[in-house]
Design a protein around this ligand. Structure first.
Ligand code: ATP
Ligand code: MG
Length: 236
């Protein structure tokens, strides 16, 4: 069996100290495989954001194991983690986070320019990424001129422009209407399949559950159930 892109075992995390200490993760076991779209669901406060923050290397774990793309988080320094995040992990947020003064194309090119890719090459690659999300004709538009769905597709193109092995999306459709959310999820699914990329999608949005290969349900800081979604109706 192929090595998982993400492997968590007994992962723990708490916030605060002493009396005020809040246990956020209480022993999470989870694998995300290359080429799969895994959805992470569960009630508010169960630890989803905490878990994806550790996986995307923004937050330190307390105990247990967290291996991301073959790297053991426990032995990585701050600088190595930042490099892993920038080079190999794409992140998409609920609220797009586009830079308002930059065109769609320039927004997508930003991660490349920050990585010192020459401007001409950055633009070529950004153009290709925008084409891949169906926005080739909107490349000069400023974010204020884009619809919610278009904005989210620009954000996805930006997350994909460095061809990350792992793409993590935090509530990518909750600001979108049903049909736009559907379009965005179709695109995300194709993107995972085409490249053996692992996709981890946090969502409350039951309208998109059908797009998952597997659904991991969290409760009280643990993954309590993983459902295989390959059979039609399995996640009804
Ligand atoms: N910065 C913080 N400081 C203290 N406690 C926190 C912090 N962030 C989260 N928590 C607590 O940790 C627990 C898990 O929070 P987390 O944000 O991971 O939940 P979530 O599943 O993402 O919830 P939601 O669906 O509402 O986004 C909650 O009890 C929350 O109150
Ligand atoms: Mg959250």
């Amino acid at each position: 069996m192929e090595r998982p892109a993400v492997r968590c075992r007994g992962l723990t995390k708490h916030y605060g100290e002493g009396e005020a200490s809040v246990p956020a993760l209480q022993g999470v076991d989870l694998d995300v495989r290359p080429g799969e779209l895994l959805m992470l669901v569960g009630p508010s406060g169960c630890g989803k954001t905490t878990l994806v923050s550790i996986i995307t290397t923004v937050l330190d774990q307390d105990g247990g194991e967290c291996e991301v793309l073959g790297h053991d988080m426990r032995v990585m320094g701050e600088r190595e983690r930042a490099r892993l995040r920038n080079e190999a992990i794409g992140i998409v947020f609920q609220s797009f986070h586009l830079l308002p003064a930059l065109s769609a194309l320039d927004n997508v090119a930003v991660p490349l320019l920050l990585a010192h890719v020459p401007r001409a090459e950055a633009e070529t690659r950004a153009r290709r990424a925008l084409d891949s999300v169906g926005l080739g004709t909107r490349r000069d538009a400023l974010p204020a001129r884009l619809s919610g769905g278009e904005s989210q597709r620009v954000a996805i193109a930006r997350a994909l422009v460095r061809e990350p092995k792992l793409l993590v999306c935090d509530e990518p459709t909750s600001n979108l209407d049903a049909s736009t959310g559907h379009t965005v999820m179709e695109m995300l699914r194709d993107v995972a399949k085409a490249s053996d990329r692992a996709l981890l999608v946090v969502t409350h949005d039951s309208r998109i559950f059908d797009f998952a290969d597997r659904i991991a349900r969290m409760e009280d800081g643990r993954v309590v159930e993983v459902t295989d979604n390959m059979q039609p109706g399995a996640a009804a």
